[in-house]
Design a protein around this ligand. Structure first.
Ligand code: FAD
Length: 506
């Protein structure tokens, strides 16, 4: 068996969902003729077919594989994404809605005012603390602006995308095959192993054997290679993330006369979970993510239909189950897991494909450094465990900080004390009025969500004490530093989202 790139490495990717095709593209681009890559996909098991929002890392993905936006976005009904808007996670007046804009370069001028204001507010003094009013992407999203600025605008803007996941899969599949990835449709029924446990070959339902040096498990929640064959343990996050189900349905996109295309994902809290609304060029994708311990599938569907105005419609909806948690190892023997097979943290911040990409990039670095060495494997597993824990904690914090009182679900989330030590410490620092940025740096966790994102979350949920009876009437940097005027000036450089999308087809 070949264990390095000194001779062509035979890589077998099992699964042709977004994870499988992302891996195929990144590997064939970076390793070229140093690897023979084959992707095997069952004709009988479909892809999950959801997952339509990204973080800014998807931009880096397309840069790494040399694909321009005009080549993929129109084909995948893609739109730009600057922000996530959280609605009704709190019933408190003034913070019924808040935003988590993707942090961007211009924020360096305004983020200090935001952080100082949140700290002043933690002291009981009245200041402006709504995240979207301090961060350029929040303002642009509010005004339906796209992220494309003229060349003389001196700052780089961060943004992600929304896209049709089925079309993205087709695009990535075609591209990978053009670049030399072999594609085979076959249903795998068993796996042969070497005496030392390493995987030797996949065995298909027509008894064909597909041998390889490195296997990549992209079989979705089935986790055929890592869990079922190698017996790697799956650690559930059920005790701190209750949601395990979703019901999804599309709704029509607005025409140009009806309005502009949002440049953000909306996450609206419902009675026992939350509903996403993702704008694509041709439609909206919607999904109610809920906890089946608190509401039945039928009740959730009724509430979802009501929310979308589909109560009297016979439009079909799709019910999904989610396995929330992560593997105890993401690389075991000569196999790595990517995508839903390696774990899933519910889609509140659309982090799944981000984690797929990070996993592939870190794996390729480790493998180039030392092949299948135990040390590289251990380092990779450690890095992935930290990434998953970091993302999980940020998502858990949304639920912990909610202030809704309309169902047992929201109260149980707020009362939940199954928090990691890291998250407990972050909350302690915040409530003790200490420096949260310093704590994030000390814990070295800003690769997941940086200090701006944490301040958005805590300020967005209004995690503040009551106001002090005596107010000095000064010290609000939003006013004193003219943040609004500065951002409004920046905004003049941006066109509407629709204009940015139309420019891709010129
Ligand atoms: C409700 C929900 C919402 C989501 N929203 C987002 C989001 O907004 N943003 C985001 O980044 N992610 C999101 N995700 C996650 C995202 O959908 C997945 O990470 C992504 O689609 C990758 O899936 P996958 O490729 O791992 O698995 P799948 O798409 O399930 O693909 C599995 C593949 O394995 C193959 N396979 C399985 N068994 C066999 C077998 N025995 N033999 C051969 N082949 C086999 C299947 O044929 C298929 O090709 C969401 C997920 C859910 C559940």
């Amino acid at each position: 068996m070949n264990t390095s790139l000194n001779q062509p490495l035979n890589i077998v990717i099992l699964g042709g969902g977004t994870a499988g095709w992302m891996a195929a593209n990144l590997m064939v681009k970076r390793w070229g003729s140093r690897a023979n890559i084959r992707l095997v996909e069952s004709p009988d098991v479909g892809i999950i077919g959801v997952g339509e929002g990204s973080t800014p890392s998807l931009r880096r993905f397309f840069q790494l594989i040399d694909v321009e936006e005009h080549q993929w976005m129109p084909r995948c009904q893609a739109t730009y994404k600057l922000n996530i808007s959280f609605k009704y996670w709190s019933p408190v007046s003034g913070i019924e809605a808040y935003s988590h804009p993707f942090p961007t370069q211009v924020d360096s001028f305004t983020k200090r005012a935001f952080m100082v204001n949140t700290r002043t507010r933690r002291m009981g003094l009245k200041t402006h603390t709504l995240p979207q009013d301090f961060l350029l992407n929040g303002l642009l999203a509010n005004e339906y602006c796209g992220p494309k600025a003229p060349a003389n605008f001196p700052f780089k803007l961060e943004y992600g995308y929304h896209f049709n996941s089925g079309l993205l899969g087709e695009f990535l599949s075609e591209l990978a095959q053009q670049r030399g990835v072999a594609y085979q449709q076959a249903h795998v029924t068993s796996v042969e192993q070497h005496p030392n446990g390493e995987l030797a070959a996949l065995v298909t339902d027509s008894s064909e054997k597909i041998a390889g040096d490195l296997f990549v498990d992209c079989t979705g929640f089935a986790a055929l290679l890592m869990q079922k064959t190698l017996g790697v343990q799956f650690n559930s996050y059920k005790e701190n993330l209750f949601n395990d189900s979703a019901v999804v349905a599309p709704t029509p996109m607005l025409s140009a006369e009806q309005g502009d295309i949002p440049v953000e994902t909306t996450s609206t809290a419902l009675s026992n979970g939350w509903c996403w609304k993702i704008p694509l060029t041709e439609r909206f994708g919607n999904g109610y993510v809920y906890a089946s311990d608190f509401i039945s599938a039928d009740q959730a569907e009724t509430e979802f239909r009501q929310h979308l105005g589909l109560l009297d419609s016979d439009q079909a909806v799709n019910h999904l189950k989610m396995k929330v948690g992560s593997l105890s190892q993401h690389w075991s023997h000569n196999c790595i897991a990517l995508g839903l097979s390696q774990g899933f943290i519910e889609p509140l911040e659309a982090t799944a494909l981000h984690l797929v990409q990070v996993s592939i990039e870190l794996f390729m670095q480790q493998f180039e450094a030392g092949g299948f060495s135990a040390q590289n494997r251990a380092q990779f597993n450690q890095q992935m465990a930290e990434r998953f824990a970091g993302v999980r904690d940020y998502i858990v914090a949304h639920y912990k900080l909610n202030t809704r009182d309309d169902s047992e679900y929201w109260r149980a989330n707020r009362a939940n004390m199954a928090l990691s030590d890291s998250l407990k410490q972050l909350l302690h620092v915040w409530y003790s009025k200490e420096d949260l940025s310093e704590e994030i740096a000390r814990q070295n966790i800003s690769t997941h969500f940086d200090d701006v994102s944490w301040h958005c979350l805590l300020a967005g949920y209004g995690a503040f004490p009551d106001l002090h009876p005596n107010q000095p009437g000064k010290g609000d940097l939003y006013q004193e530093q003219g943040v609004q005027a500065f951002l409004s000036g920046c905004r003049l450089n941006f066109k509407s989202h629709r204009e940015n999308l139309e420019a891709l087809s010129l």
